[in-house]
Write a protein that binds this ligand. Structure first.
Ligand SMILES: CC(C)(COP(=O)(O)OP(=O)(O)OC[C@H]1O[C@@H](n2cnc3c(N)ncnc32)[C@H](O)[C@@H]1OP(=O)(O)O)[C@@H](O)C(=O)NCCC(=O)NCCS
Length: 185
């Protein structure tokens, strides 16, 4: 297994970007998320992510060259919503904060430590990049919330997000709780 740092969309072949998008879609269709995404919406989202300066994007690849999971992190100043939330909550020095935007591991590679490895690696690289704090937003019902609490993150506050969810086979826009947490790195 190896963890690759993918600096831009071009260094990830088109086929691999497609695999990452499909994996993302599968991962967030699971509870507690139950989110449904159109492929093209995600393609635009990931293309936007790849255009962010100082992006940290890591992909875990198995010995058989299969993509196992990925993470994306970038300076929080490039995320208006989180930036405003932090300002409102009195957090200072926003330019020194990395936003841990996405992390996901294919279901068949779960619980063997990959999520934690990707998480730890993104923090190491963020520190090397001069970042001093990291911020994560997740559902209080998610496994990721337990992982970051164990890792010493402190919850700052909650917010509500709206997303298209699959609830008992019906797709509806529904609200969901998120907790924003911070840790010195
Ligand atoms: C969250 C996710 C990335 C974790 O990936 P993973 O590779 O399975 O995680 P790991 O194997 O590294 O496990 C990390 C820790 O979680 C613990 N854990 C395992 N299952 C758990 C569960 N159901 N609830 C809480 N903690 C759990 C493990 O014990 C481990 O902690 P430890 O090292 O202290 O024992 C993965 O579950 C996933 O992709 N989920 C769907 C997408 C998602 O929720 N992403 C996060 C969005 S913010």
């Amino acid at each position: 297994m190896k963890i690759l740092r993918v600096s831009n969309k071009e260094s990830l072949s088109l086929g691999n970007l497609e695999k990452i998008i499909l994996m993302y879609r599968e991962c967030f269709l699971e509870p507690p998320w139950r989110e449904t995404y159109f492929y093209n919406t995600l393609l635009i989202y990931f293309e936007k992510i790849f255009s962010i300066p100082n992006l940290i994007s890591l992909v875990s690849i198995s010995d058989e060259e299969e993509i196992q999971g990925a993470t994306f992190a970038y300076p929080v100043i490039f995320n208006k919503e989180i930036n405003e939330f932090l300002e409102k909550n009195g957090v200072k020095d926003l330019h020194k904060i990395i936003y841990l935007a996405e992390i996901f591991v294919d279901n068949k590679f779960r619980n063997i430590g990959l999520g934690k490895l990707l998480h730890n690696q993104r923090l190491i690289l963020s520190k090397e990049q001069g970042m001093e704090f990291s911020v994560e937003r997740t559902s209080p019902a998610s496994k990721m919330f337990s992982i970051i609490l164990k890792d010493g993150f402190t919850p700052i506050g909650g917010m509500e997000v709206m997303s298209l969810k699959n609830i008992s086979g019906t797709q509806i826009m529904a609200p969901d709780a998120r907790i924003v947490s911070i840790k010195k790195i």
